[in-house]
Ligand binder design. Sequence first.
Ligand code: UFG
Length: 328
Amino acid sequence: MNLLVTGGAGYIGSHTVLELATREHRVVVLDNLTKGHRAAVRGVELVHGDTGDTGLLKDIFRKHNIEAVVHFAASSLVGESVRQPADYYHNNVVKGLAMLDAMVESDVRRLVFSSTAAVYGEPVEIPIPEEHPTAPTNPYGATKLALEEAMRWYDQAYGLRYATLRYFNAAGADPAGEIGEDHDPETHLIPLALNSAVGLIPHLEVFGADYPTPDGTCVRDYIHVSDLAVAHVLALDALAGGAASSVYNLGNGNGYSVLEVIKAAEEVVGKPINIKYGPRRPGDPAALVAGSRKIMDELGWRPRFADLKTVIETAWRWHSSHPAGFDK
Ligand code: UFG
């Protein structure tokens, strides 16, 4: 298939591009490189540009005869979204709509959309099934949900078929160690725990120890980034085979607390991790664990790296060989 991957120089995007390339899809990446890394894009064309640029999108669609889009490009930090909602509405909704419009106008009608567990808000049931009510507690989740809703109406009116993938906590790195996670600033638990273990930061702050969870720290479902990548391939294949639009959760179905993640990271690195307890981070639900039965049953997806220690080992392989991240 001829594919456009927006945000393909980012963390999950670049791992998905790697997976697509091994399946011999022809991929073009569009990335504005505000967060992504040129060096994360291996062996496929990278167009440096913005998803809000509909003229550029239409040129790419025509020039490369694009058949489907995988849309990652977005702002994606919960805490930042609470402080800067305008950026999130602009980047995720306004630019997202520009892309949907360019697709319809160019007759590209298949889309895999990168969404998030943050659309659910504070869960009323765990594990969380796809039909769980959506009530985001932060602008990040709200803006992802806004585009999900637009897609539903675009499908009905314009025949734009989609697979929405609601990720839980993406973690780990390419098991071959070629690419990995490199955010600036880094805000995610596992890379920060590894940075703390090797002394790159003096300590890891645990955000809140008074949650209604077994050890008082937040519980999350960590899913390996390469397992996420495979799900995109399966979703594209399903759409190519005529599947109707669908929404899927993606997680392992196992919840780990912040303290359990830290313990597993200590075991992987073989060193203690300095921690300091701090207040809760605004917008963080106490526990998020995925019910991923639907994508298993309908698309045959299976996690290959379900074990937390294995996930952290792959992250560690990347971190220890690239302490400063990608070559800039
Ligand atoms: N945490 C800490 N200290 C840190 C960083 C994180 O205690 O320095 C905690 C957080 O409070 C949270 C857990 O570790 O409980 C995981 O935090 P991350 O920042 O790694 O990930 P998030 O859970 O915030 O974010 C992920 C995805 C988002 C998604 C969100 C759903 O990155 O895309 O889950 O809430 F929206």
